[in-house]
Design a protein around this ligand. Structure first.
Ligand code: FRU
Length: 487
């Protein structure tokens, strides 16, 4: 009886989803997957990442639709399969049971009259709902951005909503109106969307809905006064450790000393929010989330009381050395978030230790005695922060070189690649170790508990060779890491 009831409910659900969606052409999807399978064979594996999500072929940018549905984490990404450069946007798709080991799924969204720009995912009953920006290039040469929905009842096949767009335009008519991030609070759905004022200041708009279809514009949740760029992309808004965090990626902030040295920034404002008055009151000003060369358009999700973030492991207009190999762009490793002293702490997932394959070095890390790895490494370094530290990261067969440096006097920790320095003051809140993750073409540095993090792409030839270039002997514990993403 229970089984019959269950099947009946499932049937009704499928019927409901079908009635309100337009099927994406099966033909187009199959042709695309076949193309991807064939094209994959041409990829040069030298810089392919072993434990970071990347596209199977072609170009990827922003993480999208980071969510948990039917027992699995889902991560989508901006995807252009046909070249290793940006083009008409699709949504690529991977899933994971633990946020460490990832499985490739078929491309979830293909462009029609619209390009499928960034967005998010929510779970409504039994349905996985994607909300994304439809970017349309108009005959006039102008473009338009509106918000679309797509539905799935199996987490594999997604169909676009017949009634799209659900939010046709920005209240001020701005053509820059994109990257919806939706969530549920009480009986309502909320979504924030990145946009700008008519005099080119970045802002984030807040909407509310009862059914994900009819949306009411509520308020401007945050807005640049002129100091935070001309456009806010990829906003996110969430509660963490009793505070509210407005996370966004402003375009056009000017460099200030060590700060804002990348073309665009990703950062956050911590404050308080009241769902009745809809007022977001900042406690502290804008802070960068990650200090490396390559971190953008970060998106978070919550599951089992934990808040996770993933960023695009790249920066607009930076060279992607891997593009000659048939692919470009990747995701950072997933990090768990908390707030300490009004600052976001990002730490690698506890489960990352499950990737440790073999112990490569342990004990003293003597000056000028290199430790050699294959394509991957996790290195934990314990030194005396009253003395300087300098570590050289290079390929066993040459290629790009990088430095990790600590200056005890200025208390600055940093990463330098080809003379291009990213650095910041570090005051440890507990642990004083440096934890370094190296993949075939990337470095992520977590300082202490994760109060300072750097993500940068770095391209060695061969395996990794890491050398302590300072007179200070430090302690090292280092592992090679297993593959956890498709080849
Ligand atoms: C951010 C972004 C988004 C947009 C997407 C297009 O990197 O510019 O604002 O939706 O990329 O691919």
């Amino acid at each position: 009886m229970a089984l019959i009831l269950k099947s009946l409910i499932l049937l009704l659900l499928v019927a409901f989803v079908c009635a309100k969606t337009v099927k994406q052409s099966k033909n187009d999807k199959e042709t695309l997957e076949k193309y991807i399978e064939d094209k994959k064979k041409e990829i040069n594996p030298r810089w392919r990442l072993h434990y970071h999500v990347a596209g199977p072929v072609g170009w990827i940018n922003d993480p999208n639709g980071f969510s948990y549905y039917k027992g699995e984490y889902h991560l989508f990404y901006q995807f252009y399969p046909y070249a290793a450069k940006w083009g008409p946007m699709h949504w690529g798709h991977v899933t994971s049971k633990d946020l460490v080991n990832w499985k490739q799924l078929p491309t979830a969204l293909l462009p029609d009259e619209e390009q499928c720009f960034s967005g998010s995912a929510v779970v409504d009953g039994d349905t996985h709902v994607l909300i994304y920006t439809a970017h349309e290039n108009l005959a006039s040469g102008l473009s338009n951005e509106s918000q679309y929905l797509a539905f799935s009842d199996d987490g594999v096949n997604y169909d676009k909503f017949k009634g799209n767009p659900v939010i046709p335009q920005a209240p001020n008519g701005s053509p820059d109106f994109r990257d919806p991030k939706a969530w549920k609070h009480g009986d309502h759905w909320y979504v924030i969307i990145g946009s700008k004022t008519t005099d080119e200041r970045g802002r984030v708009l807040l909407y509310r809905s009862e059914d994900l279809i009819e949306w009411e514009f509520l308020t401007i949740l945050g807005e640049s006064k002129g100091d935070l760029g001309y456009m806010w992309e990829c906003p996110d808004f969430f509660e963490l450790d009793g505070k509210f965090v407005l996370l966004m990626s402003p375009q056009g902030m000017k460099p200030e000393g060590d700060r804002y040295k990348n073309l665009h920034q990703t950062g956050y404002i911590i404050g308080s929010f009241n769902y009745d008055t809809l007022e977001f009151t900042p406690d502290v000003g804008f802070q960068e989330m990650d200090y490396g060369h390559d971190f953008y358009a970060a998106q978070t999700m919550e599951h089992n009381g934990k808040r996770y973030v993933v960023g695009w492991f790249a920066m607009w207009e930076s060279p992607f050395l891997e593009d000659v190999d048939g692919w470009a762009g990747a995701m950072t490793i997933i990090r768990e978030l908390s707030i300490v002293n009004n600052r976001i702490i990002m730490k690698p997932l506890d489960d990352m230790v499950s990737l440790r394959e073999s112990l490569v070095a342990s004990g003293d890390f003597r000056t000028n005695v290199p430790v050699v790895f294959g394509k991957t490494a996790e290195i934990v370094i314990d030194g005396d922060l009253n003395k300087n530290m300098d570590f050289l990261l290079e390929g066993t067969e040459g290629g790009e070189k990088g430095w990790i440096k600590w200056d005890s006097e200025s208390r600055k920790v940093g990463i330098e690649i080809d003379g291009d320095v990213r650095q910041v003051e570090w005051y440890p809140i507990g642990s004083t170790t440096l934890r370094i993750f190296l993949d075939a073409s990337s470095v992520e540095l977590f300082c202490g508990e994760g109060e300072v993090v750097f993500s940068s792409r770095l391209y060695p030839e061969g395996g990794w060779k890491v050398t302590n270039k300072n007179v200070q002997d430090v302690k090292i514990e280092a592992y090679s890491l297993k593959r956890s993403v498709p080849e």
